[in-house]
Ligand binder design. Structure first.
Ligand code: C5P
Length: 388
């Protein structure tokens, strides 16, 4: 795999040398391009020594169009550290330095590992840059929470070099799910009370949509059973829209025979109204109580009905405390292969999450990452199980 490491001008640039080493340890060939500001933080000689290649620090020192050559050469470009300034310029499509010009010619996947003070990260303009770049197909790695250069602690630390390299290398594995069918559920379910009212929840569907998108990008046939969600269908994904938990169960069961893996990322309602009124329920004086009945637990049903170890079953556990421990109990109770545990305060709505992968071998807590990067980690586990 050919990787261009683009170094931005932040103090975390000193850690970028380790990103090079980790990428090389994973078998990647690495070339480095730096902004002017980056060279204030770390010398190009360090990267030249590590890569054995001339480091690109200017657009004017090369006879040809170096940004085009690098863009063609790279299977992946990773910007680490990605400063607020670089994110904004890249989102706006500027190209007046070697890093931006190389990004503008990217043929392969693009990753950003943001690093900045927490207040810079929280700025609406920074979040707009991140949203634009993500919508354009780039993947954010981090940032993490922890001590910042200012002496404060907060969200904005560059992810650890090992995590950055792992995310890039995972993407480079390419079509490792070719030939497999991955069935994914996503979003909330809506349980109707009457023709205009329902019981629902705040799930947006982002995590499940990311899993389906990543599975498809890695060569799988991805079937996405989506509860009500405003998200667009990711490229290459077959989408089946459903409404209630029972609709979702029927759609999952209809596709089960062809599935090599099932990822239940949906926030399925545990209860539905005992009755659905045909006419709009009229208000009356005083309170009203609602009789609820249990919905089927789709995932537990798949676990109980499975003979052998196919399809691979992945569940989610959204908890308000002790997520990994509760996820382990869920792993055993629902007889599944992997549970992705997260705390409600991290999980809902955003582009990012902080999760622990829980399986029979142990727990692995991933650094705070984009849902796309988490989807890659889940697909890594699925690919490993399908290969065994
Ligand atoms: O037990 P809990 O609802 O926390 O389990 C969450 C996991 O189980 C998720 O993977 C979710 O998609 C799945 N689930 C299900 N059917 C339900 C409730 C949850 O498949 N009725």
């Amino acid at each position: 795999m050919n990787v261009v490491l683009a170094v931005g001008g932040g103090i975390a640039a000193y850690k970028s040398a380790i990103v090079v080493r980790e990428l090389q340890r994973g078998g990647a060939k690495v070339r480095v391009v730096m902004t002017k500001a980056a060279q204030r933080f770390i010398g190009s000689a360090t990267f030249a020594g590590l890569t054995g290649e001339k480091v690109v620090t200017s657009l004017w020192e090369h006879p040809g169009e170096i940004h085009v050559e690098l863009g063609n050469w790279a299977d992946a470009i990773v910007v680490a550290p990605a400063t607020m300034d670089l994110l904004a310029k890249a989102a706006a499509g500027l190209g007046d330095d070697p890093v931006l010009a190389t990004l503008s010619c990217a043929k392969g996947q693009v990753f950003f590992a943001p690093a900045m003070h927490w207040r810079m990260w929280e700025r609406p303009s920074t979040q707009r840059s991140v949203a634009t770049l993500t919508a354009d197909g780039a993947t954010m790695i981090g940032p993490d929470s922890g001590p910042l250069a200012s002496g404060e602690s907060g969200l904005g630390r560059m992810s650890e070099p090992e995590a950055i390299a792992a995310a890039v290398l995972a993407a480079g594995r390419g079509a490792d799910l070719k030939g497999a069918t991955v069935l994914v559920s996503a979003g909330p379910t809506h349980e109707d009370l009457d023709p205009v009212r329902f019981l629902g929840n705040r799930s947006t569907g982002r995590m499940g949509f990311a899993v389906a998108a990543v599975a498809a990008s890695r060569g799988a046939k991805a079937i996405l059973v989506a509860g009500p969600s405003a998200l667009p269908t990711p490229p290459g994904v077959e989408r089946v829209d459903v409404r209630s938990a029972r609709d979702m169960e029927a759609a999952i069961r209809a596709h089960l025979a062809s599935a090599d893996a099932v990822v239940m990322a949906a926030a399925v309602a545990d209860y539905r109204p005992a009755d659905t009124a045909d006419e709009k329920i009229k208000k009356s004086e005083g309170g009203k109580s609602l009789a609820l009945v249990r919905n089927p637990d789709i995932l537990a049903g798949l676990g109980a009905g499975r003979e052998g170890d196919r399809p691979v079953l992945v569940g989610f556990a959204l908890e308000t405390s002790d997520a990994p421990a509760k996820a382990r109990a869920k792993l055993e109770r629902k007889k599944v292969d992997l549970v992705v545990a997260n705390l409600a305060k991290h999980g809902f709505g955003g582009e990012e999450n902080e999760v622990t992968l829980v399986d029979a071998e142990g727990d692995e807590t991933l650094p705070r990452s984009s849902k796309r990067a988490i989807a890659h980690a889940i697909c890594d586990r699925i690919a490993a199980r399908l290969a065994s």
